[in-house]
Write a protein that binds this ligand. Structure first.
Ligand code: ZN
Length: 153
């Protein structure tokens, strides 16, 4: 899933673990495993409609966004892998937040009714196991990914 040769120096934090992919013909997408932040070449201060975009994201994410030397605005990533878990930024403001990892567990037979996929007969196989929630420091995004098993098969 992640090819080593697509890892570049992160324009935001300077780590060498920024996963760069082509967004369209002219723009790239950046997802940094070092800092856990993400952006793309369209999200430029003064050009992009941030007001509309920010209507859809948590307050915390707006508070901790960063701007790099090319005026790209970086937001913390939210990782959601159906059969593994979720990693997200958790906290109240830029002075008080951490990465959090939540694993999933399989939905058991008795509760399958509660986990029907709307409009179908199918059932969600996994659900968030809130007991598994674990917090990681701001520098340890990668550890949070590892915790949910992101890098495994
Ligand atoms: Zn970075």
């Amino acid at each position: 899933m992640i090819e080593k040769d697509s890892l570049e120096i992160c324009p935001s934090c300077g780590s060498d673990a920024c996963y760069v992919t082509q967004l369209n013909k002219t723009a790239k997408n950046y997802f940094c495993f070092g800092c856990g932040f993400t952006t793309n070449d369209l999200m430029i201060t003064g050009e992009f409609d941030f007001e509309q975009y920010e209507e859809t994201i948590p307050e915390l994410y707006k508070d901790i966004k960063k701007v790099d030397g090319s005026n790209r605005v970086w937001y913390p990533a939210t990782i959601n892998i159906e059969d593994k878990g979720t990693v997200f930024a958790k906290g109240t403001n830029k002075d008080n937040w951490k990465w959090a990892g939540v694993k999933v567990k399989e939905v058991n037979k008795e509760e399958q009714d509660k986990f029907k996929i709307p409009g179908t007969d199918k059932i969600y196989k996994y659900k968030a196991d809130m007991k598994s929630i674990q917090e990681f420091s701001q520098d340890d995004f990668m550890d949070a990914l590892e915790y949910i098993g992101f890098f495994k098969g």
